[in-house]
Design a binder for this molecule. Structure first.
Ligand code: NAP
Length: 246
């Protein structure tokens, strides 16, 4: 149980991140959610988390900005008194074949999906070191393992996140901090809603488990990695992909 523990979830206002925040809160964790946009939808998400009987709070912060990340982390540590679980989930895509990718498309994806996770981890790791415990979970992608046409920027960022995960596992294992990655396959969220129906059907047919994933499939694995049930697992990458990459 994560009763009384604190979890930080970046990009926890919707999609996979919200499912993760709900799963952790359902297990008793207080949750600090980081996103760039507030507004009604984000407030509704936070209210839904609080309704599970935990403390839930939204912190508006663009994780591309290291100074903004440090300021948000300081506020979170002050509000919650420490962090036990960090889920680096925030991510974006800007898909195109290589000649079509602008410098901004490449920068944006690497800045959010890779550098953002590094900034956020750096901002919290000292506090975890002081506690001599913590679980960091990075949401990579199966694309970071297998590559994907039209996603050179995204695949590079997600593969980078795996190298980062293994490094943090080695650097901080001795301080009681574990770091693992989850590599989802095709999960039905706003990020993937744009896929044309035909392509979706072909994809589903190609999957051994014969269905797209849902955010809860990913959240279940994150819950496992967050708690003591995975206490001897670090530096690992767990695919949640319905067999997409076997
Ligand atoms: P989503 O529905 O588009 O949600 C993305 C979340 O990230 C939002 O809460 C968004 O909040 C936040 N975010 C984006 N840019 C940010 C920034 N600069 N600073 C802080 N927060 C930011 O995405 P999703 O499909 O749930 O994906 C979540 C993670 O899973 C991503 O890392 C993605 O790469 C990974 N993943 C997804 C799939 C899939 O099939 N969906 C597959 C493999 C991996 P704001 O809009 O308020 O900033």
């Amino acid at each position: 149980m994560l009763q009384g523990k604190t979890a930080v979830v970046t990009g926890g206002t919707r999609g996979i991140g919200f499912a993760i925040a709900k799963k952790l809160a359902g297990d008793g964790a207080n949750v600090a959610v980081v996103a760039t946009r507030g507004g009604e939808a984000a407030e509704r998400a936070i209210a839904e988390l609080a309704a599970l009987g935990v403390t839930a709070k939204l912190y508006l912060c663009d994780i591309r900005n290291a100074e903004a990340v440090d300021a948000a982390a300081a506020e979170i540590l002050q509000d919650f008194g420490g962090v036990d679980v960090l889920v680096n989930n925030a991510g974006i895509t800007r898909d195109n074949i290589l000649p079509g990718l602008s410098a901004a498309d490449i920068d944006d994806v690497i800045d959010v999906d890779l550098k953002g996770a590094i900034f956020v981890t750096k901002a919290f790791v000292r506090s975890m070191m002081r506690k001599r415990s913590g679980s960091i979970i990075n949401i990579s992608s199966v694309v970071g393992l297998m590559g994907n046409r039209g996603q050179a920027n995204y695949a590079a960022a997600k593969a980078g996140l795996i190298g980062f995960t293994k490094t943090i596992a080695k650097e901080y294992g001795g301080r009681g901090i574990r770091c693992n990655a989850v590599a989802p396959g095709y999960i039905a969220t706003e990020m993937t809603a744009a896929l044309p129906e035909e392509a979706r059907e072909a994809l589903v047919k190609s999957l051994p488990l014969g269905r797209l994933g849902n955010p809860e499939d990913v959240a279940d694995t994150v819950l496992f990695l967050a708690g003591d049930a995975s206490g001897y697992i670090t530096g690992e990458v767990i695919k949640v992909d319905g067999g997409m990459y076997v």
